[in-house]
Design a protein around this ligand. Structure first.
Ligand code: MF3
Ligand code: CO
Ligand code: CO
Length: 276
């Protein structure tokens, strides 16, 4: 049985499996954290080019996060040492920034999570590096559509958590893409990763009811080939088993009092998906 817990914004919360229901102060906190996260991704659009290393992207993300009065929630998270994740081509998620330089034709996801005044803004976008092949651009487009269809489904009256995965899976299948199942979206707020798990596949009408005050991410990872993931020896980097390309977009959202959706991490500059 799903348990919900109404919390006030000052309350200490735990990963106890309950779905937290937030009030106006929570929305205000998430709005600020989410806006900063989106601004950081906006600023990266001009910076991400052939020759730039993922470590340089990480430095820039850290700088902008600190300048915004936040800290990167990933630094020190379960031993992770970096300010963002940079996932190139067949890397599904959690690519570790380093010396690797981007090259013409790459697609790369940058995932940022500033922690601002106790609230987490978690968002990622794909970037095209130089001239990118049509089939990779199509994957990126469809992945963005999957995210937005998931958000739309969450905002329907009487929506359940499973509706999100159902529409995402249907759209990916129509395009003969694989939906990664090893990683999912998650509740967030004062906690980085909390209940519920937001699975990107599923059946309509299943799962917990979406209630006003819920905050969670939707972050579909879509593969050009088979859905299966493999973890590299570094313990973080997840890649496609068949080495096919993978794309991801992520938003942090809240369910409003009227059942509609607020996207906390929407781009202030309208840089929703490439080309930027
Ligand atoms: N930002 C990722 C997410 O969307 C989590 C990254 S955790 C890290 O949930 F440690 F790998 F950075
Ligand atoms: Co997330
Ligand atoms: Co993220």
């Amino acid at each position: 049985m799903t348990e919900y817990q109404v919390i006030d914004s000052e309350q200490t919360v735990y990963r106890d499996g309950t779905i937290k229901l937030h009030g106006p102060d929570g929305f205000e906190g998430m709005r600020k954290a989410g806006r900063l996260a989106a601004q950081i991704l906006d600023e990266l659009t001009g910076f991400i080019q052939p020759g730039v290393t993922t470590g340089e992207i990480d430095d820039k993300v850290r700088e902008m996060t600190l300048d915004g009065g936040a800290v990167p929630a990933t630094m020190g998270y379960r031993g992770y040492q970096h300010s963002c994740c940079t996932s190139i081509n067949h890397v599904i998620c959690h690519g570790i920034p380093g010396d690797k330089a981007l090259k013409d034709g790459d697609i790369v996801n940058v995932d940022v999570t500033p922690l601002l005044d106790g609230w987490h803004g978690d968002t990622s976008r794909m970037y095209l590096v130089g001239d990118v092949a049509l089939k990779a651009r199509r994957l990126v487009d469809v992945t963005y559509e999957c995210l937005m269809l998931g958000i739309e489904a969450a905002g329907r009256p009487g929506a359940r958590l499973g509706d999100i995965g159902a529409v995402i899976e249907a759209h990916a299948r129509k395009n003969r893409y694989g939906v990664v199942q090893e990683f999912c979206g998650h509740g967030l707020g004062r906690l980085f990763h909390d209940a519920p798990e937001v699975i990107h596949t599923g059946r309509m009408g299943t799962g917990p009811l979406l209630k006003p005050g819920m905050f969670f991410t939707i972050e579909p990872m879509i593969n050009l080939g088979r859905p299966h993931a493999k973890l590299l020896n570094d313990g973080w980097t997840a890649v496609t088993r068949d080495k096919s390309l993978s794309a991801q977009f992520e938003h942090s959202i809240g369910i409003k009092e009227d059942g509609g959706i607020e996207i906390f991490t929407e781009s202030p500059k309208g840089l929703h998906h490439p080309p930027y």
